[in-house]
Design a protein. Sequence first.
Lengths: 417, 139
Amino acid sequence: MSTVASQVEVPAGVSLPIYMDNHATSPLDPRVLEAMMPFFTNKFGNAASRNHSFGWEAEQAVETAREQIAKLIGASAKEIIFTSGATESNNLAIKGIAEMYRERGNHIITQVTEHKAVLDTCKRLEKYGYRVTYLPVKADGLIDLEDLKRAIDDKTILVTIMAANNEIGVLQPIREIGKICHEKGVLFHTDAVQAVGKVPVNVIADNIDVLSLSGHKIYGPKGVGALYVRRRNPRVQIASQIDGGGHERGMRSGTLNVPGIVGLGKACEIAMQEMDSEAAYLIGLRDSLKAKLESELDYIHVNGTMEHRLPGNLNMSFVYVEGESLLMGINDVAVSSGSACTSATLEPSYVLKALGLGDDVAHSSIRFGLGRFNTQAEVDYVAAKVIDIVKKLRELSPLYEMVKEGIDLTKIEWQAH
Amino acid sequence: MAYSDKVVDHYNNPRNVGTLDKGSQEVGTGLVGAPECGDVMRLQIRVNPETQVIEEAKFKTFGCGSAIASSSLATEWIKGRTVEDALAIKNTDIVKELSLPPVKIHCSVLAEDAIRAAIGDWKKKNGVAEAAPAATTAQ
């Protein structure tokens, strides 16, 4: 009798389950937690309280965090607005600019593999009379800069293109995109939630006008993010989407989440210090994982370019094996799949489909998201486990058998259901 | 998502995995689903020409854990039944046995289709009249 249950040995020093889904969220760095702790208890002041020491203490902590965040992206502290996370930052940036620059134009340019926080925001603006161009991506996941140049017209007010993709880790050429935008006098917003702290991002050198980032992707807390809003050359204006006490220069009202902000600041400070060594470390782990899988398995391939990619990202399709069944076999490893069966919509990943992958290959994809706390021993275990399960599931796969027999699967009349 | 113990058991220890000679007169093959939908089942039966009893059933499935479990269970259930008895198996029986959640009901439908397709193929090969319109077979 065949069996899928795996008997791969767990190496010494590895405890299960293994977390390898750091694009979804990352564990809080203990150093971040330590910095945050006092602000939950005795340093509980409201940063907006101007007339007692509790408020001053909180305000000072917030301003320190603002400096730490600004430093990481080459901005000045006054250009940082705190939000509840990158979804809010993206909403605020896009809707706020659309509203503020409505008289200048109604055209926005984005691209198809953006996060839903950008795509759905753009879709809503379309209902309000804005025109949105969704640029395609090439098979490697990158946009074509010539497409961008052609798409900009005299009604274009904003280009919003992500710095790094959350599924395939592909790094868009933001510096060149920003340059094109500035030449044409169009604002450039980038959702940099996956890129900040992982690869160098500099708002000056990269010609970025508005940038979204989040705490929990960089070993900071959930529920806190920031928006960088350029103050000169050009001075960007954003219409607030949440009104109230006029916090954050009137752009985002609401009492500041002081412990969260302190944590975000500390996370940025650590990232600033450790980015280079951490990137080298993660590239080592990632390439080792890839090499191990490729040495043992056929019909696998990487989705998106390896050349312009986040250090910790590996997105691979294990063709002829369905992603959810693979996840089930490696259930002591936390990763993600682009399979429809793992999504609420029963549609395979729109990001992978945008690369031109067939639905069948998209169904077979796994995203490995390596992070600061992963080890080589974990990579060794995960590789062995994936290899074991893929081989077993392929013994179960009629498609694999047919391909091995030389049957062309595209010639079969499948019954879609 | 959480799987029922029975789904996990069939996934970990799938029954009757394999391939029968599809050229054999006694073998019926059903291939249902589509790769782009994320599940393809191939179910094969070897039928005793005298008794019309399904003496052997084999499957291979590309799909999620519930799809693998549904087809594995289907082979278990049809083995030893006559072809007419096997046709009585409904997808709802599979849903019940495996406690499939609503989003996985299509896996059970596919398993029922696979049974019908395999039997249909066998009937066609052996000139047995179709009792009811069955799902078409590939190949």
